[in-house]
Design a binder for this molecule. Structure first.
Ligand SMILES: [Zn+2]
Ligand SMILES: [Zn+2]
Length: 478
């Protein structure tokens, strides 16, 4: 498939009960489940694929034959529901909403869950929605979570359903884009709900579908996300036994699932530091206390925390300064200097230790210089850690669904994820889903948060199948 779609050749498809009308490119009349993204000179990706249409026309999926009746039922339902999942995804993609502003998204989610016959609760942590599906028995209760928010990124994919939404963010006019793939998470989780509703009489347990706002962080001055959902008593009301989550990532190919027992994403904590000296003439430093030199010593001193004091065989750690501000003129030593930065850890005990050592280092260096340090750490996200026992238990399910060759043991990432709050409460398993087309090297694919972040929609059915089977197998005690 060499040629590019042209706007005159869009087709139209009406999918599912939602009657969502989607426009998509037609390329040489070739229908493919995989599709070939073509990179234009300007760096624009076109998806020359017809995932939705193919799913309508091709009734069978490409998965391996299943072992049991229930298993084949999930796979059959996933194949049948693929076009609807893609339609949902494109609709959310085209209508992205920033953190704590997921009004439209949550309304569509709530409506879809109600139509499926679930008990629905809305308005949790501002725009959060949960759907409760009671199976043949009440317990165990398995929670699965999808985050719903988009990012202040101006989309540059050139997709026919690319976002053209703009909004004001921190006083600036910005584009809004699902550049982290949360549109796929919402769509896939609706797909899982639809699958499990069809099997509700056979479900040896119940399911809590969590649609979470503000994973990317609430706007300044607001609370949000998983932490706020818990603060509002979500887990006290429902008391799930486990929680599963999945994130679309560019670093794996379609069909691949990343897993890891233990820490998979880092904790993230912000710090603010003000070094108070005493202002004086640059020609007479001895008359004052120089906060610039003190700040420089602190920056250097802090480097030895990770390099000399932390047991790096236990877990890596990061301390980074992000800004330093102070002074106005060449011959004035200022009164104070402000610094901000971030702390990342992959082990909660190491995290406590790094925080403590930072305080000690900052305070003592300032004191030695005759300055004073106001130092504050703002806890943001804990480490996202997969429960080792739950991970071990569920690996056979993943292997059965995607095949061993598609299971990739993930390297921990030093970015953070607020799924961690849920996984601190009950055993959690957070997987990553490859969304880079098979013929593209994930190392060169635009990463999550890039304006060119691109999802191969053929990956969505894999996500739906894996999550559905995980829920079912956990309930069945497998
Ligand atoms: Zn993100
Ligand atoms: Zn994300």
């Amino acid at each position: 498939m060499g040629s590019l779609p042209t706007p005159e050749r869009w087709g139209t498809i009406v999918t599912g009960s939602y009657q969502l009308i989607h426009r998509f490119p037609i390329v040489n009349s070739v229908i493919s489940m995989q599709g070939i993204p073509v990179q234009l000179a300007g760096g624009v990706f076109w998806r020359a694929a017809l995932g939705a249409l193919a799913a309508v026309i091709v009734s069978a999926g490409s998965f391996a034959p299943s072992a049991g009746a229930q298993e084949s039922a999930i796979d059959r339902l996933s194949a049948e529901g693929e076009a609807q999942v893609i339609a949902w995804r494109r609709d959310f993609h085209q209508n992205p909403e920033l953190s704590n502003r997921e009004f439209r998204t949550s309304e569509i989610v709530a409506e879809a869950l109600r139509e499926m016959g679930l008990e629905v609760e809305t308005g949790i942590a501002h725009t959060g929605v949960v759907g409760y599906l009671r199976g043949a028995q009440e317990r165990p209760l398995v929670a699965i979570r999808a985050d719903m928010d988009a990012l202040p990124v101006t989309e540059a994919t050139g997709l026919p359903f690319a976002s053209t939404v703009t909004t004001e963010y921190r006083g600036q006019e910005v584009g809004v884009m699902h550049a982290c793939g949360h549109d796929t998470h919402v769509a896939m989780q609706l797909g899982v709900a639809s699958n499990l509703v069809a099997l509700r009489d056979e479900l040896p347990g119940s399911v809590l579908f969590i649609f979470q706002p503000a994973e990317e962080g609430a706007p300044e001055g607001e609370e949000g996300g998983a932490e706020l959902m818990l603060k509002e008593g979500l887990f006290e009301r429902y008391q799930p036994d486990v929680v599963f989550g999945m994130h679309a990532f560019s670093n794996l190919n379609t069909g691949q699932i990343g897993y890891r027992a233990g820490a998979i994403m880092a904790s993230a904590d912000r710090f603010e530091l003000t070094v108070h000296g005493r202002q004086t003439h640059g020609a007479r430093p001895w008359d004052g206390v120089d906060p610039i030199v003190t700040a420089a010593q602190i920056i250097t001193g802090v480097q030895t925390i990770v390099s000399r004091q932390v047991d790096l065989t236990r877990a890596p750690a990061i301390v980074s300064f992000g800004a330093i501000n102070g002074g106005i003129r060449n011959n004035i030593i200022p009164d104070s200097v402000e610094l901000i930065g971030t702390i990342r850890n992959l082990d909660m005990a190491t995290r406590d230790s790094v925080h403590e050592r930072l305080r000690t280092t900052v305070t003592n260096i300032a004191e030695a210089a005759g300055a004073q340090a106001d130092f504050e750490i703002f806890a943001q996200y804990p480490v996202t850690a997969n429960d080792p026992e739950l991970t071990r238990r569920m690996l056979p399910t993943i292997e059965r669904v995607v095949g061993r060759e598609n299971m990739i043991e993930a390297v921990p990432r030093t970015v953070a994820e607020d799924f961690s709050f849920f996984a601190m409460e009950v055993p959690g398993l957070y997987l990553t889903l490859g969304v880079t087309p098979p013929d593209v090297d994930p190392a060169t694919a635009p990463a999550n948060h890039s304006p060119l972040f691109y999802v191969d929609e053929a990956a969505l059915v894999t996500g739906v199948r894996v999550l559905s089977h995980l829920v079912m197998d956990y309930m069945a005690g497998n």
